[in-house]
Write a protein of this length. Sequence first.
Length: 250
Amino acid sequence: MTKLTPLHEDLTFHGPLSEERAARLIRSLGSLKDAHVVDVGCGWAELLLRILEADPSATGHGVDRDAEAIAHGRENARARGLADRVELEVADVAAWSGGPADVLIVNGASQVWGGAETEHTANALRAGRALLRPGGRLLLGEGFWEREPTDEQLAAMPIPRDQYRDLPGLVDLAMAHGYRLLSLSQASLDEWDEFESQHSLAWEHWLLANPDSPEADKIRAKADTFRGYRLRGWRGTLGMAYLTLVVSHT
């Protein structure tokens, strides 16, 4: 079985998110005093750990199916003196019954509840209402179409047109599910390029280290296919929006 370099060795956040934007997203959450923060599909939980670092009274719980990522997150928590305030758990979010939370993070992870691709965002918004306390905040990182994809772009990427909406449509969907919008931003093209480049490094590192491996053609084909998705498909067309939402009282 091919062993690739873990993503966390090249990426800080598993998504198009800069240090500066991460800090602004944390500030957008408002007071974190005594808050319990839940991060679903957390990966190695870097954003969750930074939220806990922002307030020494906050506690956290992260859930992901990737045992290797969770193990790395636990190591980071111990190294940063946060292990007594955060629990990182290997679990399938769709079968997980945790909560309640004051803050819920769903960052590029709306698919964790399963269902049809076109329903992922709505499923995440509904799940958020069930997991959050009244007045709780949802930090949602979700894809949207910056511009309508052409037929050629859709043919070049494994994303159906109706999986995402435009940005007003995404915000409207959140409002329809009982939230109010506190803050909105979107990843820049530089953030996307940095993420996609770093995400692809594991394949390139492996190919450089194993040029004569019988698996080299398979790994090279995967890397080339993903690059085609990006350059001929979603680059400059698929955006990532960061919405800080609050559960409405009405």
